[in-house]
Write a protein that binds this ligand. Structure first.
Ligand code: ZN
Ligand code: FE
Length: 239
């Protein structure tokens, strides 16, 4: 199982999970269809499933085209079936989603939206976090409460440390500025920032990071109480 990172729109990432044994693939959060179609062109890969973390347009914009072109099935959280158009497979919190060789545990992680989910491919040790956890940051709270977001991040940070994190946007460099401002003596973070700058200079994604990286460097995961989290989330909104 391998993951291809496909940049979409301004700063979104969509991901292809490709099973080399069967040539089947899933796409996660296709914000638009053309970069996915371009990637798949002249490759013998069948796009079987479209996985959506939440209903925002920059995560589902490509659903319709891709479904039509590849006859893929749209997979999402059942409570979002009215907001994610043409959903075929309805998921529940805590469920194992299995199809062909794909297997993921579904986590409901409210906060950014009320029906946001993460897909944890535990066998492959990767998690797709959408706009809940970013590298060195977390999503804005649009529909939920600080408490909900705090709990959602707690769920994610308890995953095995080596788990790779594939998130919805390339916000890492900007996020790092906020982290270092509030955690100026963190050596892990300082090293990470050097690394991030190098990647960006070379036109490469800063994704994936790992749970360990984020526990070491992401100020939003380093806080253990709701009050400090709320304070920092407010500050970040105006950063
Ligand atoms: Zn979003
Ligand atoms: Fe987004």
């Amino acid at each position: 199982m391998r993951v291809e990172i496909i940049p979409c729109l301004e700063d979104n990432y969509s991901y292809l999970i490709i099973d080399g044994k069967t040539n089947s693939a899933c796409v996660v959060d296709p914000g638009e269809s053309s970069p996915i179609i371009n990637y798949l062109k002249n490759k013998d890969i069948n796009l079987k499933y479209i996985l959506n973390t939440h209903h925002h347009y920059d995560h589902i914009g490509g659903n319709k085209d891709l479904k039509k072109k590849f006859r893929s099935k749209v997979v999402g959280y059942k409570r979002d079936k009215n907001r994610i158009p043409e959903m075929d497979i309805l998921l529940e919190d805590g469920q194992l989603w299995k199809a062909e060789n794909f297997i993921a545990k579904i986590f409901h992680v409210p906060g950014h939206t009320s029906n946001h989910i993460c897909f944890h491919f535990f066998r492959d040790k990767f998690v797709f976090t959408g706009d809940t956890l970013f590298s060195l940051g977390c999503g804005r709270i649009f529909e939920g409460t600080n408490q909900e977001m705090f709990n959602s991040l707690r769920k994610i940070k308890s995953l095995p440390k080596e788990t790779k994190i594939y998130c919805g946007h390339e916000y890492t460099l900007n996020n790092s500025k906020f982290c270092i401002a509030h955690d100026p003596n963190n050596l892990y973070l300082k090293n990470r920032i050097e690394n991030i700058k190098q990647l960006i200079k070379n036109g490469l994604p800063t994704i994936p990071s790992t749970i360990k990286d984020e526990l070491d460097c992401n100020i939003f995961l380093r806080l253990d109480d709701l009050e400090s989290f709320t304070k920092l989330r407010d500050l970040k909104d105006n950063f």
